[in-house]
Design a binder for this molecule. Sequence first.
Ligand SMILES: [Zn+2]
Length: 180
Amino acid sequence: MNEHVHTWLQAYYDGELKGVRLRRVEEHLESCAACRAELEQMQSLSALLQGSPLPEFTPGDRFVAQVALRLPHKAPESGWQRTLRLGWQIIPFGLVGAWAFAQAAFLMVTILVLVDQFCTVCRDYLAWLSLSSNTIWWAVGLNLVVSILLGLMYSSWLAGWWVSRQHAQVSPQNGLSHSA
Ligand SMILES: [Zn+2]
């Protein structure tokens, strides 16, 4: 019997052998069960490595469940999502700030009008403002309009916040965050 060919089996399996060497290995494999067994082992090992990783132990649905478990519970926010969320949270503060500014301006106009009415010395200094008794009514009207507009905006924000809160409660722990 020929010499065993196990040193050439890997090269044979990879299709790298040519000519005399290839014929010799083929001839030997025909006659030697041990080398054939080694070649079969090589083939089955290769098939196992190329196949999906351990399919018997992780069936599809279980694999998906395991991946889902490893994922963070909240999907990471992208930059613009974060900006949008922060902007949304800042809106009520902006509205309250705008309203406070409007009230401060209204108070200022009221004081100026009163000073103009009752302080004759001051009147000369305030002449450039051309304040009149009508000014206070303009200020009252403007203040009312601004307050109503800001109130409406605040109400819409509150309604939106309530809706998104309800939506968040409907799907509490499915791991997916909905960002509108
Ligand atoms: Zn052999």
